[in-house]
Design a protein around this ligand. Structure first.
Ligand code: ATP
Ligand code: MG
Length: 403
């Protein structure tokens, strides 16, 4: 497949100019190796998956590092996290040489521990997620954004089944001490069936016959390996009693469809999960835009005890809060602006700068239009373009004429 540019590229390049080391992490198969090799074609490449190289890196790490021609890409550093300590010594000898040490790693938690302990202040850590709609139009609700599924959508069933197996067997087992993989797999399917709901751990534990602490551990594994999104409630207190639990989504809508047994577009269109799947897709796009712009992940949901509900609130790239209501339908009605209008009124002068109903794109409807005072309708493509529009850089002034 032709290389598709990644939205995070400018961030990776910028990090390599400002830090001696850059670590690319994230879920498996998102394109980490491909991206580093593409951006640093002249770098020495060492795959730490290779048992011979692993043995060398463990038995004589100093010799391995001495012989290297820099810059170097160490692929799959989670296999030999101890290497970070030796790399740190090398960095401290030449602390001003930037972008010499490039890493990929897949399991976020143990890797992060190693990095923050040994590489504090020396490494930039960037997560790479599956493709966003802004990177390729091949991303869809049914297929999700993993590069290999986007390239070969027809074999998605086979791809996801082997992804889950590899993922279960390697990453999950490495992160926690899971003995019963069959139950964990049923757990994954159960999480998919709760896609878009308020997280209720008891409700997940009971059907599997496991304890609530076990469910907490498993959810934690899914979260740190980038497989689920937990959206906490908006915390601002303005006189309403709020629901305190997060909402849960699978991070990739393609994986969610696979786990829910949705195999075709027609099945998806009829599915009771269409609404929540669309909502999760929008959530993932919001988070991807934040990460790709080097911002903090920040996304909330709103639901009060009187039943007022707004899907998402988040800080927009242009500053100010943005609130969004998701509608899987391709047709929008002014009534769909109702909850946004109610929340705006009850927030008074703290109301978000921007309020949008985000709906599925259709070839016949306009991508954007006003729906009610202060509330617009945007189709998902227009929404994603807006999300990824970078704010003008502060401090950069246009030269004045004649001076
Ligand atoms: N930007 C891209 N454009 C086109 N295809 C891509 C892109 N990135 C990745 N791919 C394809 O996706 C597949 C997985 O990519 P890659 O091996 O780089 O992912 P990874 O995150 O390093 O995976 P792993 O977690 O297994 O190490 C490869 O077949 C690659 O060709
Ligand atoms: Mg790789």
């Amino acid at each position: 497949m032709r290389f598709i540019s990644r939205a995070i590229q400018p961030e990776v390049l910028e990090a390599s100019r400002r830090f001696p080391a850059v670590v690319l992490t994230g879920p498996r198969r998102t394109g980490k190796t491909t991206l580093l090799r593409r951006l640093f074609p002249g770098a020495t490449y060492i795959l730490l998956e290779d048992p011979d190289i692993q043995a060398r890196a463990r038995s004589d790490p100093r010799a391995l590092l001495e012989e290297l021609r820099l810059p170097v890409v160490f692929d799959e550093i989670q296999n030999v996290p101890d290497l970070f300590a030796y790399v740190r010594t090398r960095i401290d000898r030449e602390p001003r040489k930037m972008g010499q040490w490039l890493f990929t790693g897949s399991q976020e938690a143990p890797l992060m521990q190693g990095v923050s302990e040994s590489m504090a202040g020396r490494a930039a850590i960037l997560p790479l997620l599956p493709f966003s709609l802004v990177e390729t139009g091949g991303v869809s609700l049914l297929h999700g954004g993993y590069p290999e599924v986007v390239a070969r959508p027809a074999s998605r069933g086979l791809w996801f089944s082997s992804y889950i197996q590899t993922y279960l067997e390697r990453d999950v087992r490495a992160v926690t001490n899971i003995r019963d993989l069959a139950t964990f797999r049923r757990f994954l399917a159960l999480v998919a069936s709760r896609h878009g709901q308020i997280l209720n751990k008891t409700d997940l534990a009971a059907p599997l016959g496991v304890s609530v602490p076990t469910v907490s551990d498993w959810l934690h594994v899914l979260e740190i390996t980038g497989q689920i999104i937990l959206v906490p409630p908006y915390f601002e207190n303005f006189g309403k009693r709020l629901i305190k639990s997060p909402k849960v989504y699978l991070g990739d809508s393609g994986l969610a469809c696979y786990l829910l047994g949705i195999a075709t577009q027609a099945e998806l269109d009829r599915s009771p999960f269409l609404g929540p799947l669309f909502e999760g897709h929008v959530a993932a796009e919001i988070l991807k835009s934040q990460i790709n712009q080097g911002r903090r992940k920040e996304l909330y949901h709103f639901r009060d005890q009187q039943g007022l509900e707004v899907d998402f609130l988040f800080p927009g790239a242009q500053g100010g809060l943005w609130m969004v209501e998701c509608k899987a339908s391709k047709t929008v009605h002014p009534s769909m602006a109702g909850p946004l209008g109610s929340l705006r009124r009850s927030m008074g002068d703290r109301a978000p700068a921007r309020s949008s109903v985000v709906h599925r794109a259709s070839t016949t409807a306009p991508p954007t239009r006003a729906l009610a005072p202060g509330i617009e309708a945007l189709d998902v493509r227009a929404f994603v373009d807006e999300l990824n529009r970078r704010p003008p850089k502060a401090g950069v002034r246009r030269p004045r004429n004649g001076k």
